[in-house]
Design a protein around this ligand. Structure first.
Ligand code: MIG
Length: 772
């Protein structure tokens, strides 16, 4: 075996196979394997990755079989040991954290079809847990399961459906509290067997002739994700309004329906921020058009909505109606922007528009053109764009010469052409290209606004351009529960701005289900109630007063939590850490916590245990440490010790708890957001330990100045001190200290009840001391 160093790359050639190792970031290793390429001693040609946008090759040293970063940047402890071609061991300090056991590749024919296939095997030691893999069903820890990566329109999906709409070939391994990451940057169809067939092996198979692997060191989950998102990008801070309450339905037929929904919210004093226009708004399902009878003046409609504090978002599908005289089609055809059959003519199929053709978003000229088309929506006052059917979904074909054996799912054939690439390679990144086109188009056309884009399909990196919703779920309690692990899984796969259809998309919801789902949805970064045509109407008031009132409380709580969520989204932008975090994120060594998929963290300080079952008025909650204080009004002030507890959860309550040292800035209830120059905040503080938090203040949209307020709590033997960074004290009007003994005293006006010490800070202050 002969390893040789060439610049910042270590290379190995054995028979036909070539291996190249580089380090695109400190503590991150990239291994490219070209098992079938006969390069005659040449370097592998550079590849265009759709996912990776960051990183710069680090200098390397090679000693024997051990490769390390030359100057030990950050923490030079990470080393890659090359055992033989295809065998690597990743070392972090003294720990061996991952072993690639081998790879294989073949060029073969499957029936009449030529096919390339590559495999990589990783050791899956007993006790290693596997998290991530993007948008997948099942519990949080995916050990013992198998998945396919092939974006698929599943209507509706179920708790065992796979694959779904997104393909994110990334996971995080966790063993003995130590996390590491693995990313397989191959966009072609692939599948992973996570120690299901062989309990000691994780096997990943890709329909491609190459393997492009990234091994990422931790040791914390946050460090793994920070490095993964340094490679694949992060979600820019969304506009504040997009974190408000969204209402949607497939079946709002006309302007009157949209006005009625907004009136329905406003007349009942229910918070509402965004209404979505589904495919009903278009003229004959032609994207970038409005039906003139049903939506005669969208600019006027959106202006009126804005006067009610509501913005409109329009759905845009990739399928373009093939109709001569329709400008979008004519331009796409004339400029040669369409996906083609292997014979070279544009593919014509059926989706909502019928016949339809598909733009080839893998080319930047097509992206620019598509982005610019959004001018018409901006002129209509539309605030954001919702991309659907972008797997891409295709119901049937009109084109002759489509070999059905090359069509996997309801989509385009593997051998369709995107420029000089095949659909097999482009399929999983089709939506990524469309989202990029949309995001960059909006940014170009309205540079002073932060774009809001929502997508169903995606690939690693989709977080750079778009929020993601989990597609067509159903109004079943099982789907409410499933949403938690799916959204957590997306978050730890680099996609923090996520939500599931609240109340369920398919099937009929019920008052209790909608209520409990809305309560869980308070913590979804994207909070949208959406339902399908033909199902029971699902706006908050549809099931009667009994359910409306507690739903109102949940919507109001969302607005109280906006300062927290907004600040968390900024943290996601800076580090990749999602707002919605699994228990293991905070407690990687706690074996009980790491197996839980039905309770989660909202930021670093709030633990949420939503009710996920009908008729339940209690919940069991696991507390990973002691001195947790209940936050919801029912039993605010109740304290929980480490271990399991059964907590009460009557209809109007969401069991949520504040960690010792947690500081939570809550806004006032509002009907919609305005800006993020927060006033009249209440700080909820768990005074059982020291802690701190940072709050983001800005205009709530655009790219103006951002300010940060810091609050810190110092806990001493007989007193606590809460401090506020200079200049922000007037944002806070009240501080509620939880967890202090009765009889605590402070110089500021205060009163104490069993649930907490309420301190009035409406005057000037920079610190508050409480003695006990
Ligand atoms: O074939 O636009 O997931 O949210 O309401 C169904 C109609 C197409 C699927 C989306 C759903 C949307 C629906 N769409």
């Amino acid at each position: 075996m002969q390893l040789e160093k060439q610049n910042s790359c270590v290379r190995l050639q054995q028979r036909r196979a070539t291996l190249e190792v580089s380090s695109p970031l400190p503590q991150v290793w990239r291994i490219r394997l070209a098992p079938l390429a006969d390069l005659g001693g040449q370097m592998l040609p550079p590849k265009q990755s759709f996912a990776v946008v960051g990183g710069q090759d680090q200098p390397l040293t090679l000693e024997g079989n051990m490769i390390s970063a030359a100057n030990g940047t950050v923490d030079g402890s990470s080393r890659l040991e090359v055992g033989a071609l295809g065998f690597f061991t990743l070392w972090d300090g003294e720990n061996c954290i991952a072993k690639v056991q081998g790879f294989a590749a073949q060029d073969h024919r499957q029936g009449p079809l030529p096919k390339q296939q590559s495999k990589v095997w990783l050791e899956a030691p007993q006790g290693q847990q596997y998290y991530g893999f993007g948008e997948k069903v099942g519990p949080l820890n995916k050990r013992g399961m198998s998945f396919t990566f092939w974006n698929t329109d599943v209507v509706p999906h179920h708790p065992d459906s796979d694959p779904l709409y997104q393909s994110i070939p990334f996971f995080m391994g966790l063993q003995d509290g130590q996390a590491w990451g693995f990313f397989l940057d191959e966009s072609s169809r692939s599948s992973v067997d996570i120690a299901e067939t062989d309990p000691d092996t994780l096997e990943w198979t890709v329909e491609a002739g190459e393997l492009d692997l990234y091994l990422i060191c931790g040791p914390t989950p946050a460090q793994v994700l920070e490095r993964y998102t340094a490679l694949t990008g992060r979600t820019p801070l969304p506009p504040l309004w997009s974190l408000g309450v969204h209402q949607s339905r497939w079946g709002y037929q006309n302007e009157a329906d949209i006005r009625a929904v907004i009136d329905g919210y406003r007349s009942r004093n229910l918070p509402l921020e965004v209404v979505h226009l589904d495919i009903d708004y278009m003229n004959g399902f032609k994207v970038f058009t409005f039906d003139q009878d049903r939506f005669p003046d969208v600019a006027k409609l959106s202006q009126w909505a804005r006067s009610q504090g509501v913005r409109l978002v329009c759905i845009v599908d990739p399928g373009v109606k093939a109709e001569a005289g329709y400008a979008v089609y004519d331009q796409a055809l004339e400029r040669d922007f369409l996906v083609k059959t292997w014979r070279g003519e544009p593919i014509v199929g059926e989706v909502w528009p019928d016949p339809a053709v598909w733009p080839d978003f893998s080319r930047s000229a097509v992206q620019n053109w598509w982005g610019d088309l959004h001018q018409s929506y901006l002129e209509g006052g539309i605030a954001g764009i919702w991309n659907d059917m972008n797997e891409p979904s295709c119901f049937s074909f009109h084109s002759p010469h489509i070999d059905p054996r090359k069509v996997i799912g309801k989509t385009l054939p593997d051998d369709a052409r995107h420029g000089n690439r095949t659909h097999l390679e482009i399929h999983n990144v089709y939506a990524l290209g469309m989202a990029q086109a949309t995001f960059e188009g909006l940014k170009r056309l309205a540079p002073e606004q932060r774009p809001f884009v929502l997508t169903r399909a995606g690939y690693a990196g989709i977080q750079r351009y778009s929020a993601v919703w989990t597609g067509d779920n159903s109004s079943h309690w099982e789907h409410l529960e499933l949403s938690i692990s799916m959204l957590l899984g997306l978050g730890i796969s680099g996609v923090p701005f996520v939500g599931s259809d609240i109340g369920g998309f398919a099937s009929h919801s019920s008052g209790e289900l909608l209520l409990r789902w809305t309560q869980a949805g308070v913590f979804y970064p994207l909070m949208r109630n959406h339902s399908a045509q033909g199902t029971e109407a699902q706006e908050p008031w549809r099931f009667g007063e009994q359910w409306l009132e507690p739903i109102r409380l949940a919507l109001e709580l969302r607005y109280r939590l906006l300062p927290v969520l907004y600040s968390l989204m900024e943290q996601a932008e800076q580090t990749g850490t999602p707002a919605l975090r699994p228990m293991f994120w905070e407690h990687p060594t706690d074996g009980v916590a790491s197996s839980l998929s039905d309770q989660f963290y909202f930021g670093p300080a709030v633990l949420v245990a939503p009710v996920l079952r009908p008729h339940h008025r209690h919940r069991s909650v696991y507390f990973p440490s002691s001195d947790w204080m209940r936050l919801d009004t029912l039993e605010q002030g109740a304290r929980y010790a480490q271990g399991w507890a059964t907590v009460s959860a009557p209809l109007e309550q969401i069991p949520m708890f504040l960690r010792p040292g947690g500081i939570l800035p809550l806004a006032e209830v509002a009907q919609h957001s305005t800006h993020a120059h927060w006033q009249n905040l209440t700080l909820m503080v768990n005074a059982c330990a020291s802690g701190e938090t940072t709050l983001l203040l800005d205009d709530g949209e655009g790219y103006g100045e951002r300010q940060h307020a810091h609050f810190s709590l110092e806990r001493y033997e007989n007193h606590v001190v809460l401090k506020c960074s200079e200049g922000f004290d007037d944002a806070v009007k009240q501080i509620v200290f939880l967890g202090l003994p009765m009889g605590s005293t402070t110089h500021s006006p205060a009163f104490q009840t069993e649930d907490g010490l309420y301190v009035d800070v409406s005057g000037e202050w920079d610190e508050i001391r409480v003695d006990f």
